[in-house]
Design a binder for this molecule. Sequence first.
Ligand SMILES: [Fe+2]
Ligand SMILES: [Fe+2]
Length: 384
Amino acid sequence: MSHRHLHALGALGRSRNPRVFLDLAGPAVRGLLLKKGKQGSVAQIPARHQAHFDWAYERNRPELRKLYDAAKRSQWDAATALDWSTQVDPYDDSRELMPEHGLPLQDLPSYRSLPRRRQLEHRAALTAWLLSQFLHGEQGALFAACQVTEAVQWMDGKLYGATQVVDEARHVEVFHRYLDEKLNKRYEINDNLYTIIDALMTDGRWDLKFLGMQIMIEGLALGAFQTIRHQTSEPLLKEMLKYVITDEARHVTFGVVALRDYYAAMPEKDRRDREDWAYEISVLLRNRFLAHEFYDEYYAHCMSRREWNATVLRSDFMGRFRNTLFRRLIPNLKRIHLLSDRVRPHYDALGLLEFEHGKPSNELGVPDLLECDPADAEATLMHV
Ligand SMILES: [Fe+2]
Ligand SMILES: [Fe+2]
């Protein structure tokens, strides 16, 4: 086991909760050490949850019912809603794919010394890396939504979950098509992302699937999509993200509505494990955006991984990324009762508690579906 591998596993266990450490050790070994996400073009992940059947068909969750109705009205066809004939040219300055300040490259001397055309090539490749991680995350979301639809105990939740399954299929479709037809490049899944997906797919407890996917990964994705949508001048990507964001806003709402009452009523010991699990996943999520797959291709020959990490970590990009992630996550964790005085110091040590009193969604123009009618919110967003 190399020093780097030990260091990777060292990211675990910060909560000092042995049960949570054991829950995450298997996924971390498979994802970070064995690199299961990079073993060829397929991966098999065993599932252990119970499919919950309900022969009473009682519709007793009005908030979820409203969300289901909004989701049915908001379906879109990726093949016709977007103009796929748009020419995407990473070398076209008038339709910049990603501005330099939107990526962590400008602090690298070896990037700055490149001719302009090569710089644009690096920017396009790093954008492809980001979108590839979104694509892999969407595949995880598709299967997590399937599992959640089986495992959740409320009929309104199952019906809503079915709409999320088709939403996620559409997201896989658009990210794959954009990468395949427009950027002609796709990167493998990042080890940290694989570890998180493995952890929530293999855990039998339905609420951890919700917590990991709906609150954490989707909350992060929503912020990242919105940031890129504001920064890109490429019209197809901008439009595509607008559509995806309208769906994701519903998904995060589903997670909050489903978990809020469940965690409020949960015995203290079990709720603590969820708190610590969420904290450990936060640390993994934070590590996810170091773009090592891109580094291996373009920078491994001229700088060490340690130098790369240091540069990316102190870049404006990383600062903005962390803001995006935690500005959304921290208030949502509070809403579902997973930000007790016991774990607040952990987040404080990461400099994240400043987001505690923020609104989780609308700072970037994403309507907060818990505070307005989901149908109105989406109508508003579509015209932003
Ligand atoms: Fe999605
Ligand atoms: Fe989603």
